[in-house]
Write a protein that binds this ligand. Structure first.
Ligand code: NAG
Ligand code: NAG
Ligand code: ZN
Length: 544
């Protein structure tokens, strides 16, 4: 299109906008009332829904009990728009308009917001954020389980024990509870590693990475080694995820014929088994879904499940025979940990929401979000609201926008249908698009190409369009949501630092440092008040 005709289109569109009225909010979707559901036209529908919600909230008012069990779900990169769009996809897959659908965690009684920036970074990565939400302290971009006094990649600084942080896993274990970690990424990846590792660099997942950075693995052991040999990793009763390669020598193939990546010749899977044998505890290493299903029936005390050489496969692309779902892993983990009467802490990560976003794969990001919600649903079925706290949150946002003025029920993965009037060039744009990433398209003849014309349009590995070309899409700095259910859920309301999360969970569970629900101000206050009321009562009797 020539620049003159483009100018004409722009002018025409602008003029049309003014003629139609409020040009900030074009009249498009409003005229499509026929797509709305009939019941929604009756105010009674909305009023009844609101009243039912009030009843539900009243029924959920605070219990005084403490949380015996805590399950934390982490949607890696699960931004606000990701949650909203995943919900719409859920409803649309069921044949409904979609926007009104509810994921399981959507229905949790308390929602809060957290600020995710790190000590030296405006926008978080998964390492500094994991340190915040698992150890309770903000730190530097890219470091794990150490304070901000450790610059990234500074092995020497990270050796100093005074800079090491404890995680909520340490707190749970110190109280005699059990702990486990479950993820769809490599088990040594930043988010799960926040539960057990102390490392100046999240990249040091195996010995080769530490050596490549010029350091000695005796001083700065790699993350896989820490998981198997150091406290609290070596105390975890359940370890499920991907990432076998970091546990095996590069001269050796694993059960699925993939080479390991270690250069020290060590087989850490065997060393994990050896450690458990020496402690004389029942244990099992598994790598296949069927083994997990068998373990569910006859649970060993310790389980190490590594289901892929690298990250686990995206749910939409996974081999269903070999690859368990996040919900299946979560269920086995809960059944295993529930055997401890004192309770447990379980960390579950939907880790590949983030990876899909980095590749501008909107559909995969939403599907991974729905997979995590299925795991949340399974946990909510298995655990009672009276003694188990479930927290669902994200480590940081992404730059996917949910935009345009599409009518109700429009395909959430499709184009915003009003583009013919909205866009200056008459070309379609996507309801879900990104500000940056690999989905950049060069302009053709001075304008945007028609992306819906592309051969792979509509497939799950089609890159959504972006403004700024980058090899990988970036994280976002916006606040992310926290959803909570169970004892002391209402503590999670408000807008606060991400690093407060483990303190709140520890408060509800009566573990770790700080104030506790079972020994805090509420209890201390309750006793004198009770005594006073009794005295008043006695006095009133004696007066008569
Ligand atoms: C899944 O993996 C199994 C075992 O490796 C293999 O036999 C099967 O063909 C795979 N299925 C698909 C659909 O790729
Ligand atoms: C864009 O491509 C789609 C699919 O081929 C086509 O239906 C539509 O008319 C095209 N729109 C424009 C403005 O070229
Ligand atoms: Zn990321």
């Amino acid at each position: 299109m020539g620049s003159l005709s483009l100018l004409f289109v722009i002018t025409a569109a602008t003029v049309l906008g003014y003629v139609l009225g409020d040009h900030y909010h074009p009249s498009g979707p409003g005229s499509r009332a026929s797509s709305a559901k009939h019941e929604e036209m009756d105010p009674k529908f909305w009023n009844d829904k609101a009243q039912a919600a009030i009843h539900a909230r009243l029924a959920q008012l605070q219990t005084a009990s403490k949380a015996r069990n805590v399950v934390m779900f982490l949607g890696d990169g699960m931004s606000g728009p990701t949650v909203s769009a995943a919900r719409a996809l859920l409803g649309q897959r069921r044949g409904h308009t979609g926007e009104e659908a509810e994921m399981t965690f959507d229905t949790f009684p308390t929602v809060g917001l957290i600020k995710t920036y790190c000590v030296d970074a405006q926008v978080a990565d998964s390492a500094c954020s994991a340190t915040a939400y698992l150890c309770g302290v903000k730190t530097n971009y890219g470091v794990l389980g150490v304070t901000a006094a450790v610059p990234r990649t500074d092995c020497d600084a990270s050796v100093d024990k005074t800079k090491h942080l404890q995680s909520i896993v340490d707190w749970a274990l110190a109280d005699g509870r059990d702990a486990g970690i479950v993820t769809t990424t490599r088990i040594t990846h930043a988010s799960p590693a926040g539960a057990y590792a102390k490392s100046a660099d999240r990249e040091w997942e195996n010995d080769a990475a530490v050596k490549k950075a010029g350091f000695d693995t005796d001083r700065c052991p790699d993350i896989a080694h820490q998981l198997v040999h150091n406290h609290p990793g070596n105390q975890l009763k359940v370890i499920f995820g991907g990432g076998r390669a970091n546990f095996l020598p590069n001269s050796m193939r694993d059960d699925e014929n993939m080479f390991g990546s270690r250069t020290d010749g060590r087989n850490l899977i065997q060393e994990w088994q050896q450690d458990k044998r020496e402690r004389n505890v029942q244990h099992e290493y598994i790598w296949h879904r069927e083994q997990l299903m068998r373990a569910k029936i006859d649970l060993p005390e310790y389980m190490l499940g590594l289901f892929e050489s690298g990250h686990m496969q995206y749910n939409m692309q996974a081999n269903q025979t070999t690859e368990p779902t996040l919900a299946e892993m979560t269920e086995v983990a809960i059944r295993s940990l529930s055997r401890n009467e004192k309770g447990f802490f379980l960390f579950v990560e939907g880790g590949r929401i983030d990876h899909a976003h980095h590749d501008n794969f909107a559909e995969l990001a939403l599907d991974e979000t729905l997979e995590m919600d299925k795991a949340v649903a399974r946990a909510a079925e298995l655990l009672s609201e009276d003694d188990s706290l479930i927290v669902v949150t994200a480590d940081h946002a992404h730059v996917m926008a949910y935009n345009g003025y599409a009518p109700r029920g429009n395909d959430i993965l499709g184009t915003s249908v009003t583009y013919a009037i909205d866009t200056w060039d008459g070309m379609p744009y996507m309801t879900l698009s990104y500000t940056n990433g690999p989905g950049f398209r060069p302009h053709v003849r001075g304008g945007r190409p028609n992306v819906t014309d592309e051969e792979d349009y509509g497939t799950e590995t089609w890159h959504s369009p972006v403004d700024v070309p980058l090899s990988y899409e970036t994280h976002g700095g916006d606040d992310v949501a926290v959803f909570a259910r169970g004892p002391h859920h209402s503590m999670f309301t408000g807008l606060y630092e991400q690093s407060q999360l483990p303190h709140l969970m520890a408060y509800a569970a009566c573990i770790g440092p700080g104030r506790h629900a079972c020994s805090g101000a509420a209890h201390a206050l309750a006793q004198p008040v009770l005594l006073l009321s009794l005295l008043v009562l006695l006095a009133s009797f004696s007066v008569k």
